[in-house]
Design a protein around this ligand. Structure first.
Ligand code: HEM
Length: 123
């Protein structure tokens, strides 16, 4: 069984992504980054990305992570906090710790595409 199946496929992933962004946008450390962002599009892209990296049949069709986070100047602490919210959401949905650790490792590998100035652009 793939992690995608363990997460209850697209339906479970969509529910997890909704709850994850609810937590992220309620967190005063993070909320400011998401002001003015089209959250419907963001949720749809994040769900596709998670589906793809967990072995689902969906292909991520959003921007590269470096492009999407360019100019946001996200810190390592912010990155860690976002991963914590994802892990907390999955824990509360009953996902096994070992599965969460695998997902966190896959997404955590993209830290360099998210933190600081990932696209090397001015501003
Ligand atoms: C594991 C870490 C992360 C992953 C996998 C991830 C993934 C994504 C994805 C898939 C998108 C959508 C790209 C698109 O629509 O084309 C996105 C956009 C965005 N992310 Fe992240 N993200 C991560 C961490 C963070 C962190 C730590 C923050 C801020 C604290 C953040 C803030 C944003 C914002 C504000 C956008 C919208 C940018 C815009 O539409 O202009 N992300 N992210």
């Amino acid at each position: 069984m793939s992690i995608y199946d363990e997460l209850q496929q697209d339906k479970g992933i969509a529910a997890a992504v909704d709850e994850f962004y609810r937590r992220v946008t309620l967190d005063p450390q993070l909320a400011g980054y998401f002001q003015g962002v089209d959250m419907g599009r963001l949720r749809a892209h994040q769900a596709k990305l998670i589906s793809q990296v967990t072995g689902g049949p969906v292909t991520y069709d959003g921007r590269s992570l470096a492009e999407a986070h360019a100019g946001l100047h996200i810190s390592d602490a912010d990155f860690d906090r976002v991963v914590e919210h994802l892990a907390g959401t999955l824990t509360d949905m009953g996902v096994a710790d070992s599965t969460i650790a695998q997902i966190a490792a896959v997404l955590g590998a993209h830290r360099g595409d998210v933190v600081g100035d990932p696209a090397g652009l001015p501003g």
